[in-house]
Design a protein around this ligand. Structure first.
Ligand code: ZN
Length: 682
C-alpha cells in the first residue's frame, strides 16, 4: 500500500527535538515542604477578606461625580506628609496631611482630595495660607489662593480629625491588647487620611509620623527615622523614600515583639524586620524564617528586591489574609502556626513587592497585574525549593475548582479566583510561549520569562502599568503581535475544551503520526495556542508542537520508530479541558460475537470494510466524524450470518468527497457493536 501520511508545512507545527529524560527534581526536599499546596478553599484566604471589605466599602461609598474625579488629573502628587495621632480608646485619628504636587494644566484653581464625610476637616491651607474649601460627597474641594500653571508646585495642608468607619483603619484586640492596623486597598485610604486616592498617581516619597500610646510600637512603610517619647505617647516617624501609592501606605500599632533578620545580596545586607504578637513569638520566628531565602528566590526571576535600600518585613494584624504593604507586609494573625503551613501566602505578599508595589496596576481593571503575578510567585517558590515536580503540582492547584468565572481584565469582582489563579496560569502559559524558539521540552526554563519581567519592570519601575504595557513587552520578546493570546485569555473568558485523537502508521520508517485536534467550547471562541504533543515510540519519546489555530485541525508528523502512544500537552502548559476521543474507539461491545476490520491507518482511495455477524439480523454500518456526526451510512438492513464486505469510496451521504481526517466506522448488529478508527488522507 502506498504511504499516505505526510508532513504538512506552513507553520502548523514545529519539529522535532529528541528529548532527554525528565530532569530530576533539584536538591533535597526541604523539611518544611510536605505537600502543603493550598489546592482547595484555602486559596480563597487571599482574596475573600479583600473582597468582603471592598463590597462593604462600595456599599457605603457615595461615589463622587466623574467630572470631579477627572479634575484630579490636573495635578501630579510628589509627596505626602502624614502626621497623625491614633487613639485606640475612642478609636480616633487626629492630625494633618500635607500634599505636595505639580499642576499639569494652565491656571489650576481647584484641588480635589478624597476624604470620607464623617471625618471633620478643621482647616485647609494652600502654600501655608488658609484656603477656602468644601467637604461633601467624600471629597475635599480646595480653592487655591492663586492659580497654578503647568509645572508649578503647590502644597495643600489639611488638618482633620474623626473616628474612621468601614475598617480600612481597624481597631481590634489580640490577647486583650489593642491592635490598630490598616488595609486600604483598593480605595480605603480616604477613610482615614485625605489623599488623591488612585493607584495611578504615586507620590515620590512619603513621611508617616504616628503618635500612639507609649505602650505600643507604631509600624509603617520605609525606614524608622525617629522615635520620640512624649510622656504618655510616643511618636514613630517613618520615611518611605521610594515612590508609593495611597493604598499601600499602612499603619500597624500594638505591643509588638520584633527581631531583625538579614537578606544578603552581593556583598551587602538588607534588614528584614518582623513585628509580631508577643504571645506567638516563637511560632512567628519559625514561620517567617524563610523570608530571606524567598527574597533571593524571587529576585532570581524578577530582579533584585525593589526596595533594597530600605527593608522588608512583616507586621502581624488581625485580618484573615495578608496585605502587601510596601516594605512591610501586614500578615494575618491566623497565618502564624509555627509549621510553615502558610509559606505560600508569605511568598505571595513578597511577590507583590515587585508586582503591585514596585510596578502598580494603573487602574483596578488591571488588578491581575498585581494579583496574578503575586500568585504565580508562589509556584516559583515551590519550584525553588522542590524542583519541577513541585512546580507542576502547584500549578495544578491553581485550577483546583476546574472553572473560572468571567474575564481576568475588568473582573466582576476586583478580588476573585479568576484574577488570582487564572492570572497565575496565564503567566504559566506565557512562560512556555516565550520559550517557543527554544524548541519543545518537558519543562521550560524560566529564562524567557525572566527577560520579559526585567524589561517590563524596567519600563514601569516605581510607576504604574496597564495590561497593554505587559503585552507590548511580551510581543517584543516573542517577535510579533500577541493579540491571539491576550484577547482570549485576558480580555475573554473560559478556556479551550479540546477533543483530540491520534493515529499512527504501522509501517516505516518513517512512521507517520496524525494528531487530530478540535475545540468544542461553546462559551468562548477559538483559542490559538501552541500545543505540545509527545510521541512515544519504541526508540524513545519525541516532543513536537502543534500550532493550533483552527477549531478543527489535523497535524502530521514523521518519526523514525513505531509509535506506542501519544500525549497531549504532557507538561500541562495549557489551561484547558481535554478529552481523548480515540479511547475505546477500537472496542467491541460483544467481543467475539461479531467483527469489523478496517485498514490500519493507511487510506488512499476506497476503504474496504469487512464485517461478520453470527446470526441473521438487522445490521447498520455507518461512518462518523471525530465529533460524532454521521458522515454516511454504508449498510442499513437485514444481513445474513457470515462475512460481508463493504467498500466506501470516501464520500459523505451527499456524494461529495469528505475532508481528510479521522473517522470511525461503527457497526451495530443485534449481537453487539464494534467500532474502528479510519484515517482518510487525500
Ligand atoms: Zn495578593
Amino acid at each position: 500500500m502506498p504511504r499516505t501520511f505526510r508532513n504538512t508545512l506552513g507553520g502548523t507545527f514545529v519539529v522535532l527535538a529528541c528529548l532527554a529524560a525528565f530532569s530530576a527534581a533539584a536538591g533535597a526536599r526541604p523539611v518544611y515542604l510536605d505537600d502543603r499546596h493550598p489546592g482547595d478553599d484555602a486559596r480563597s484566604i487571599l482574596w475573600e477578606p479583600k473582597q468582603a471589605a471592598f463590597e462593604k466599602l462600595q456599599a457605603a461609598l457615595a461615589l463622587p461625580p466623574t467630572a470631579a474625579r477627572d479634575t484630579q488629573d490636573d495635578f501630579d502628587v510628589h509627596y505626602y506628609d502624614i502626621d497623625i495621632e491614633i487613639d485606640e480608646g475612642p478609636e480616633t485619628v487626629a492630625g494633618s496631611v500635607v500634599m505636595r504636587a505639580t499642576s499639569t494644566i494652565e491656571g489650576l484653581s481647584t484641588v480635589i482630595l478624597d476624604l470620607y464625610d464623617n471625618m471633620t476637616v478643621d482647616s485647609v491651607a494652600h502654600d501655608g495660607a488658609p484656603a477656602s474649601y468644601t467637604h461633601s460627597s467624600d471629597l475635599v474641594t480646595v480653592t487655591l489662593n492663586s492659580a497654578v500653571n503647568t509645572g508649578g508646585d503647590l502644597e495643600i495642608e489639611i488638618v482633620y480629625h474623626g473616628a474612621p468607619v468601614d475598617d480600612a483603619l481597624n481597631f481590634s484586640t489580640h490577647d486583650g491588647t489593642p491592635i490598630i492596623s490598616s488595609l486600604s486597598e483598593p480605595i480605603g485610604a480616604r477613610q482615614w487620611w485625605p489623599c488623591k486616592d488612585t493607584p495611578a498617581d504615586k507620590a515620590d516619597s512619603a513621611r508617616i509620623a504616628l503618635t500612639v500610646d507609649d505602650a505600643y510600637i507604631a509600624v509603617s512603610n520605609g525606614m524608622l527615622i525617629s522615635e520620640v517619647d512624649n510622656g504618655a505617647t510616643k511618636t514613630y516617624t517613618w520615611f518611605e523614600s521610594y515612590p508609593i501609592t495611597t493604598y499601600l501606605i499602612s499603619v500597624a500599632i500594638t505591643n509588638y515583639s520584633s527581631w531583625t533578620d538579614y537578606y544578603t545580596y552581593g556583598r551587602d545586607i538588607m534588614p528584614i524586620e518582623n513585628y509580631v504578637y508577643p504571645e506567638h513569638y516563637s511560632n512567628a520566628v519559625e514561620d517567617l524564617n524563610i523570608t530571606a531565602e524567598a527574597i533571593g528566590a524571587l529576585a532570581e526571576v524578577f530582579g533584585e528586591y525593589p526596595f533594597i535600600d530600605e527593608r522588608y518585613g512583616h507586621a502581624i494584624f488581625p485580618w484573615g489574609g495578608a496585605m502587601e504593604h510596601q516594605t512591610c507586609t501586614s500578615y494575618g494573625r491566623v497565618l502564624i502556626r509555627g509549621d510553615h503551613y502558610y509559606d505560600w501566602i508569605l511568598v505571595h505578599e513578597l511577590g507583590h513587592q515587585w508586582w503591585g508595589d514596585w510596578v502598580t496596576c494603573e487602574t483596578w481593571d488591571d488588578i491581575w497585574l498585581n494579583e496574578g503575578f503575586a500568585s504565580y510567585s508562589e509556584a516559583l517558590w515551590f519550584e525553588h525549593v522542590g524542583g519541577e515536580s513541585e512546580y507542576d503540582d502547584y500549578v495544578e492547584s491553581y485550577d483546583a475548582y476546574g472553572y473560572f468565572d468571567g474575564p481576568i481584565y475588568d473582573p466582576w469582582s476586583t478580588f476573585n479566583r479568576t484574577v488570582y489563579d487564572k492570572g497565575a496560569l496565564v503567566l504559566h502559559m506565557l512562560r512556555r510561549i516565550v520559550e517557543l524558539d527554544g524548541g519543545p521540552q518537558d519543562h521550560y526554563p524560566v529564562d524567557g520569562l525572566v527577560a520579559v519581567m526585567a524589561d517590563y519592570g524596567a519600563a514601569h519601575s516605581y510607576g504604574t502599568a496597564v495590561t497593554a504595557d505587559l503585552q507590548t513587552v511580551f510581543e517584543a520578546h516573542y517577535g510579533s503581535g500577541m493579540d491571539w493570546f491576550f484577547q482570549p485569555w485576558i480580555y475573554g473568558e473560559n478556556r479551550p475544551d479540546y477533543r483530540w485523537s491520534w493515529l499512527a502508521s504501522d509501517q516505516g520508517p518513517p512512521y507517520g503520526v496524525m494528531v487530530h485536534v478540535e475545540q468544542v467550547q461553546s462559551n468562548a471562541g477559538l483559542f490559538t495556542m501552541p500545543i505540545d504533543i509527545k510521541i512515544h515510540t519504541t526508540a524513545g519519546d519525541l516532543l513536537v508542537v502543534a500550532w493550533n489555530d483552527q477549531l478543527s485541525q489535523d497535524f502530521f508528523f514523521d518519526v523514525d520508530a513505531a509509535v506506542t502512544d501519544v500525549s497531549f500537552d504532557p507538561g500541562n502548559w495549557i489551561l484547558k479541558y481535554v478529552t481523548e476521543i480515540s479511547t475505546g474507539a477500537q472496542e467491541d461491545v460483544a467481543p467475539g460475537a461479531l467483527s469489523l476490520s478496517a485498514p490500519a491507518g493507511v487510506i488512499g482511495g476506497d476503504v474496504r470494510l469487512v464485517f461478520s455477524v453470527p446470526t441473521t439480523g438487522h445490521v447498520e454500518l455507518a461512518v462518523f466524524d471525530i465529533a460524532g456526526r454521521r458522515v454516511t451510512t454504508l449498510t442499513d438492513g437485514v444481513a445474513p450470518s457470515g462475512t460481508h464486505e463493504v467498500v466506501w469510496n470516501g464520500s459523505g451521504s451527499d456524494g461529495a468527497p469528505i475532508a481528510s481526517g479521522v473517522y470511525f466506522a461503527r457497526l451495530v448488529a443485534d449481537s453487539g457493536t464494534a467500532s474502528r478508527k479510519l484515517l482518510l488522507v487525500r
